[in-house]
Structure formats: structure tokens, C-alpha cells
Design a protein around this ligand. Structure first.
Ligand SMILES: [Zn+2]
Length: 206
């Protein structure tokens, strides 16, 4: 998918050929973001929870990827995502967009990150409606109706899952989803995001 990318997807400078042994073995995909751009993204302190800290540049990246629909950016962090998720034995489940939002945005941004990284995943979730999550206290938000449903409850029984999203700020979305899987009898449910707010501690991510 990314063999034609010769320039950094973030700053557009020419990329140097990457001749690492992984590259020679065809095991790793080539970086599509240059080293100096990559260094601007702060590595998250808990590597099993997220790749990078959700900060100003992360927010800028998301804006360009999701709102300006710069689809090439989906390849930015394939190496980091593969590093964490390739050996993952649990089933990767991307967090879906509401169908209306999907229409607006024209592509499934979270799934595209996995597709670009050539990571296998299963779709188990549907988003019911457009509940605004920004209002009310954390407890109030949690008590509201879960905006997600499982496509088939019996399909998650006694299986392990890692829920994948692009960004985790309050943790509310992921908490809803983890509850849903656990109620349906999933064995172990963890979460992983590309970006995560430093202040978010996922108590249930054990
Ligand atoms: Zn660059």
C-alpha cells in the first residue's frame, strides 16, 4: 500500500532509503514519516496502552488525518502499531464511527490505521447514535446509555480482545466498550490507542 511513498507524509521532505535488516527480510514496512518528524511525537510512558502522548502535535495530526482527510497519514505509525500489536494474541477490535459520521468523513479512520499496518482485526461493534460525550461529569457520562452495541454477543464469549482506537482523552468511550464485552462474557479485554492523554489511567486495563 505504501511502496510509492517517497516523501515524509508529515513534512514532505524526501525520505532516506531504510535498509534495516527488517526491511531486507520484508518483515517491517518502511517508515513513511521522517526521523525528525517522528521525534516530535512523545512516546507514551505505558507502551502497552498507547504509542504516543496526546499533545499538541498529536491533535494536529488527528485534525489533518480525520478532518482534512489526509489518508496517507494512516501510514505514519505503522511500525509503532505493529511493534505493539503484531504479537498480540487477543483479537484486535477497532472502534467504529457512527455510520453518519462515516459518511461525512468518507473513510473509516481507525480501521485504516490497522489496514495500513497490515494488522488483522475483527469488527464486533456498532455505534448506535450520536450521543455527545463532552457534557456532564464523568459519572454522569458513564451512566448514560452505552452508545455501542455488539454485532453478535455470542461471538465474544470466552475470547480475549484488545480494543483499538485512534485517541483516548477521557477514557469514557473505551470504558463503555470494555463493559460491553465483559457483560457479554469476553475473557480478557484490554485497550490500546495511537494517542492517549497522559492524565488518563485505565483502571480496568488489567
Ligand atoms: Zn518529516
Amino acid at each position: 500500500m505504501q511502496q510509492t511513498i517517497t516523501h515524509c507524509v508529515w513534512c514532505d521532505t524526501k525520505l532516506h532509503a531504510n535498509r534495516s535488516w527488517q526491511g531486507l527480510w520484508g518483515r517491517e514496512q518502511r517508515a513513511t514519516i521522517c526521523e525528525s518528524c517522528l521525534q516530535q511525537f512523545e512516546v507514551f510512558t505505558q507502551p502497552e496502552e498507547a504509542c504516543f502522548i496526546y499533545n499538541e502535535i498529536a491533535s494536529e495530526w488527528l485534525q489533518r488525518y480525520k478532518i482534512q482527510k489526509d489518508l496517507l497519514l494512516a501510514t505514519s505509525f505503522t511500525q509503532q502499531l505493529r511493534q505493539r500489536l503484531l504479537k498480540e494474541r487477543a483479537i484486535i477490535v477497532p472502534v467504529p464511527l457512527h455510520p453518519l459520521k462515516l459518511q461525512e468523513r468518507t473513510f473509516a479512520q481507525v480501521e485504516q490505521l490497522l489496514i495500513a499496518a497490515a494488522l488483522p482485526y475483527e469488527e464486533h461493534l456498532l455505534k448506535k447514535d450520536n450521543i455527545t460525550q463532552g457534557l456532564g461529569s464523568r459519572a454522569e457520562r458513564l451512566q448514560r446509555e452505552n452508545p455501542f452495541v455488539l454485532r453478535d454477543r455470542t461471538a465474544v464469549l470466552n475470547r480475549d480482545f484488545v480494543i483499538f482506537d485512534d485517541v483516548c482523552t477521557t477514557g469514557v468511550t473505551l470504558q463503555h466498550i470494555v463493559m460491553l464485552f465483559k457483560e457479554a462474557g469476553a475473557r480478557k479485554v484490554t485497550t490500546f490507542t495511537l494517542f492517549r492523554s497522559e492524565f488518563t489511567r485505565m483502571m480496568y486495563n488489567k
